[in-house]
Ligand binder design. Structure first.
Ligand code: G3P
Length: 216
């Protein structure tokens, strides 16, 4: 399973890029609006210059035609931009048209296998089931991820599954076990994935043991 960072914060993206474990970035309008200098185009261009992998960028309009036009425009901002189109209704049409233009689409805000299947049939490069938001309303978000992965594998659909709306490290464990191709994680979750108290205790003990020997 690959890891994307789910943020529009440039400092976090630079920090994570140094670790060389991040393959891409996902943003959404809420994440970009949290940043002080929330100029959409400049923020996305800067992110694309830091991370060579795919950078998901959501359209900011409604209606298939407007989404198609804005998706085409955003795709010119950088070669690694992926256009995020929310699932359902006429939005699947925007996905079909953009993918036929050879523009990569992340079919986002997926909450069901049916939505993900239609996104895949429309040619989306990625579908993004939102695990945490399903859990929030008492559903089993990770089961939806697993169902999508199983069906895509069964029918050999090339669309990749991004486990999104990840809230804690156990979501990452479950996403990997469910066979998600990618988990997109907030920066704090990425840091939590790296830490384990037994590692810290072990390092402290190793160094203390070594110091006691070297002082003999
Ligand atoms: O990856 C989607 C993410 O940005 C939404 O997360 O926590 O707002 O449901 P959340």
């Amino acid at each position: 399973m690959r890891i994307f960072l789910d943020t529009a914060n440039i400092d976090q993206i630079r920090q994570a890029a140094k670790l060389c474990i991040i393959s891409g970035i996902t943003t959404n309008p809420s994440l970009v609006s949290k940043e002080a200098a929330a100029d959409y185009q400049n923020t996305i261009k800067e992110i694309c210059s830091i991370i060579p992998g795919p950078v998901s960028t959501e359209v900011l309009v409604e209606g298939a035609q407007a989404m198609i036009e804005q998706g085409r425009l955003i795709s010119t901002w950088a070669p690694n931009v992926v256009i995020k189109i929310p699932a359902s209704d006429g939005r699947v049409l925007a996905t079909s048209v953009l993918t036929r233009d050879n523009i990569k689409v992340n079919f986002t805000l997926c909450f069901s296998l049916n939505q993900a299947l239609l996104g895949a049939l429309a040619g989306a490069t990625y579908v993004s089931p939102f695990v945490g938001r399903l859990d929030d309303i008492g559903h089993d978000g990770m089961q939806v991820v697993k169902d999508i992965v199983d069906v895509f594998n069964h029918y050999q659909l090339p669309t990749e599954v991004i486990a999104a709306s990840i809230r804690h490290p156990q979501h990452c464990v479950a996403a990997a076990k469910a066979g998600a191709h990618i988990a997109t994680v907030p920066y704090n979750v990425l840091m939590q994935m790296l830490h384990h108290p037994l590692t810290d205790i072990g390092v402290t003990r190793f160094l203390a043991d070594w110091q006691s020997v070297s002082q003999r």
